[in-house]
Structure formats: structure tokens, C-alpha cells
Write a protein that binds this ligand. Structure first.
Ligand code: MD6
Ligand code: FE
Length: 200
């Protein structure tokens, strides 16, 4: 496993081997069944190209009312619990002292992307965000704590993990594109990104 520090982003290439990636997909399957992926819209009314859902006490949602964490799926049900194997990754890589209350699940189909953004809807930025890449390769762009200035990009592959903490916690970042069909982890292709957050 190679470890790379890029602008304070702690990138563990190949952290999860093939068996661990398959295990994660297996535990995500019932979650996606009970909390189906939905297409959020931004507060300005644009549909995001990524589809999302969450596990945990809180899930991240976006619609015309704004970005926020809430305790139910847009269809009304409580979010499913975060599976133990995923919580264990947080304990190992981030902190044994407090569990995350949100595991945001993003699905990138062909052509999906995510614009440069900051993760700033959480109450306490001293907690890191832990991100897990599964499926197709994705071009991850990292910038600064302001929208301007130079950015750097790195390809994230299935099994890579990124920890965004410390001074990098509020850095802009996004996914420019995925290489659809580059991985065979997901039967229909595409990419799943998990981000674990302490929201409150
Ligand atoms: C993605 N990730 O990898 C989008 N946020 O699909 C994020 O937006 C992200 O990777 C915070 C920390 C790490 C991330
Ligand atoms: Fe983010």
C-alpha cells in the first residue's frame, strides 16, 4: 500500500484489497435497497449528475431548501445503520473515540462528475472526512481553501482511501470525470464513493 500526501490530503492507494472491496459492495447492497439512490438538486434547482443516499443517524440531502443533514431519507424513512466493517475503517484510520454519524454514498454513472466544493455542512471541522473509492477510476481534483488558485489532480482507483483532515479539511475538491467501465467491481459499472463524517 502506498501512502501519498497531496496538499494535506492523506491518500492510501490500494488500502482495500479485492476481497475487502467485494465485502463492502455486499454490505452496501441491502442499504441501497432500503435507502434507494436519489438525484439531489442544488439549491439553485440544478439536478446533480451523481446519485446519492446515506447510512447512519444523519444523511446529507440537497434540494431547493438548501444543503443539510437530516435524519430521514427524502422518501421519509430513517436511514439504515452504518455497517460495522465501515465503522471499523473509521476507527482504524480516523478515531476510536467517536463514530461518524453519516456515511454518504455517492454513485457515479457514465458522465457523472462533482464540481469543486468544500465539505462545510458539518458542525466541527476538527473531525476528518474519510473517503473510500469503489469501482471505476475517478479523477480527483484538489485545490485550496479558497475557490481560486492552482489545483492538482490525482486518479483514485477502487480500494483507495482518502483522509481529509487538519488544514486540508476545508480545501476545495471535486471529481472531474470517471473512466466508465474501467473496473469490474460493480456489475453495471460506475463508481461508488463513501464519505464518513461527524456531522453534529
Ligand atoms: C468523491 N469525494 O470522491 C467525492 N469529500 O466522489 C468528496 O467529495 C470528498 O473524497 C471530502 C473528503 C474526501 C472526499
Ligand atoms: Fe467532498
Amino acid at each position: 500500500m502506498a501512502r501519498l500526501l497531496l496538499r494535506g490530503f492523506d491518500i492510501r492507494k490500494g488500502y482495500l484489497d479485492g476481497a475487502a472491496q467485494t465485502q463492502l459492495i455486499d454490505v452496501l447492497r441491502p442499504i441501497l435497497k432500503s435507502a434507494p439512490l436519489f438525484h439531489p438538486t442544488t439549491p439553485s434547482g440544478k439536478q446533480m449528475s451523481v446519485r446519492m443516499t446515506s447510512a447512519g443517524g444523519l444523511g446529507w440531502v440537497s434540494d431547493k431548501a438548501g444543503y443539510r443533514y437530516q435524519d430521514t431519507h427524502p422518501k421519509g424513512a430513517a436511514w439504515p445503520a452504518i455497517p460495522d466493517v465501515i465503522l471499523q475503517m473509521w476507527k482504524d484510520l480516523c478515531s476510536p473515540d467517536r463514530d461518524p454519524d453519516c456515511c454518504l454514498i455517492n454513485y457515479y454513472g457514465e458522465g457523472a462528475r462533482m464540481g469543486l466544493h468544500q465539505d462545510k455542512d458539518e458542525a466541527d471541522f476538527s473531525w476528518p472526512v474519510l473517503s473510500v473509492s469503489l469501482g471505476d477510476d475517478a479523477l480527483f481534483r484538489i485545490g485550496n481553501t479558497t475557490r481560486s488558485g492552482k489545483t492538482e489532480s490525482i486518479w483514485l482507483n477502487s480500494g483507495d482511501v482518502v483522509i481529509m483532515g487538519g488544514p486540508a479539511r476545508l480545501a476545495y475538491h471535486g471529481i472531474d470525470r470517471i473512466r466508465f467501465g474501467s473496473s469490474r467491481l460493480l456489475p453495471k459499472g460506475g463508481r461508488i464513493n463513501l464519505t464518513l463524517r461527524v456531522a453534529t
